[in-house]
Design a protein around this ligand. Structure first.
Ligand code: PLP
Length: 376
């Protein structure tokens, strides 16, 4: 448990549930990524945690930002980010939002379809565009497959047409899936990107940029390779496929920058048993799927959980949230164990909860407010 966060919780006893984020940990993660991938430009994926204090801190460190909506664009501009440092990375945009962003000064856009290309040609003329390609996301704990990207052959056609429409065909992007644990995934995708560079060179189009997306990990219950191993895998793949004609590289980390920096403090509301064959305790918390822990969907992300002040023998539990929706069960299949001495009213700490928690909370389902965030 992070000492600064522990002190903040002890000194302030905020209402639970709450998320406390240590900005120093994010700054260190940013510096470490820059150190290990000095050739890559960092575009922080704002959706992971859009707290204004995080945006402002990263702005001060020179980060760029990957934004997906008018709301995220306005948030960044209000935090003093220059529009040239924003990439409109969502491939699904309303044309009026494209026009708004172009008016605000954005000149870098993602696409993966013919209609999106037409919208960009009309409402963001002359802009740099990159095409997202499909990758299979094997090995990712939170896959981003199917919905985004198109086949590489189709991407080649789209980028050729982009030039004909007066746009600047700038590069290729992909996302190997979030919390990607298989370092080999970058090689295939970067290889495909390199083939697209060659195919388009035949049409006199010089792509310049490869956007390798996110996928770097936070630290949940499972082991993950160190960040330097990820960086080495990426650089090895880029050199293998591009030789000494290295492209510009963009990386869009979300989870790996902010995940480890946050702790959710929660309270045990109820402990019960069902009286049937399954003798496990049900432990109901004041945080659940709808006010911060959406990524427990399908038990995909398995947070580390601590029970401060309670030690001793542990027994199996089912963990659930507070709402009147039976989908609000956090872990039933994953074998979570908590101390037998756990009592109603005890605090529970959910570690590495800085990414995709507060930003995923519903507006107040069942009257439970979205989780409050404190940045320290
Ligand atoms: C969500 C997202 C990211 C961030 O991915 P992480 O795995 O959290 O690092 C990066 N790029 C795009 C386009 C995204 O949608």
């Amino acid at each position: 448990m992070n000492k600064r966060i522990a002190r903040f919780l002890a000194d302030n006893s905020p209402e639970t549930p709450c998320l406390v984020v240590d900005l120093d940990v994010i700054a260190e993660a940013y510096d470490s990524l820059r150190r290990h991938l000095p050739l890559a430009r960092v575009y922080y994926a704002v959706k992971a945690n859009p707290a204004p204090a995080i945006i402002a801190m990263l702005e001060g460190k020179g980060s760029n930002f990957d934004v997906a909506s008018r709301g995220e664009i306005e948030l960044c501009l209000q935090s003093g980010v220059a529009p040239e440092r924003l990439s409109f990375g969502n491939t699904i945009k309303k044309e009026k939002d494209i026009a708004f962003s172009y008016g605000a000064g954005l000149r870098l856009f993602a696409l993966d379809s013919a209609h999106e290309l037409d919208k960009l040609a009309r409402s963001a003329p002359g802009s740099q565009v990159f095409c997202r390609i499909l990758v299979d996301c094997q090995g990712a704990e939170w896959p981003l497959s199917r919905k985004f990207g198109c086949a590489p052959e189709m991407a080649v056609g789209l980028l050729r047409r982009a030039r004909d429409l007066g746009l600047d065909p700038y590069g290729v992007s992909f996302h190997v899936g979030s919390q990607q644990t298989d370092l080999g995934q970058w090689d295939g995708a970067i290889g495909t990107a390199a083939r697209m560079f060659s195919l388009l060179a035949e049409a006199d189009i010089d792509l310049r940029m490869v956007n390798i997306g996110g996928g770097f990990p936070a630290h949940y219950t499972g082991e993950v390779p160190a960040i330097e191993c990820y960086a080495q895998a990426v650089m090895a793949a880029v050199t293998r496929h591009f030789g000494n004609r290295l492209p510009e590289i963009i990386i869009e980390p979300g989870r790996s920058l902010v995940g480890d920096a946050g702790v959710i403090q929660s309270e045990v509301v109820l402990i019960s048993k069902k009286g049937g064959e399954d003798d496990r305790r049900w432990v109901y918390l004041d945080v659940g799927k709808f006010n911060g822990l959406a990524e427990t969907m399908d038990e995909s992300i398995k947070y580390r959980i601590e029970t401060p002040g309670r030690e001793g023998v542990c027994g199996p539990v089912v963990l659930a949230g507070p709402t009147c929706d039976s989908a609000d069960i956090l872990y039933e299949k994953a074998d979570y164990r908590l101390p037998l001495g756990l009592e109603v009213g005890d605090k529970i700490e959910i570690l590495a909860a800085g990414a995709y928690t507060a930003s995923y909370a519903s507006v107040g389902f069942n009257g439970f407010a979205p989780i409050a965030t404190y940045c320290i």
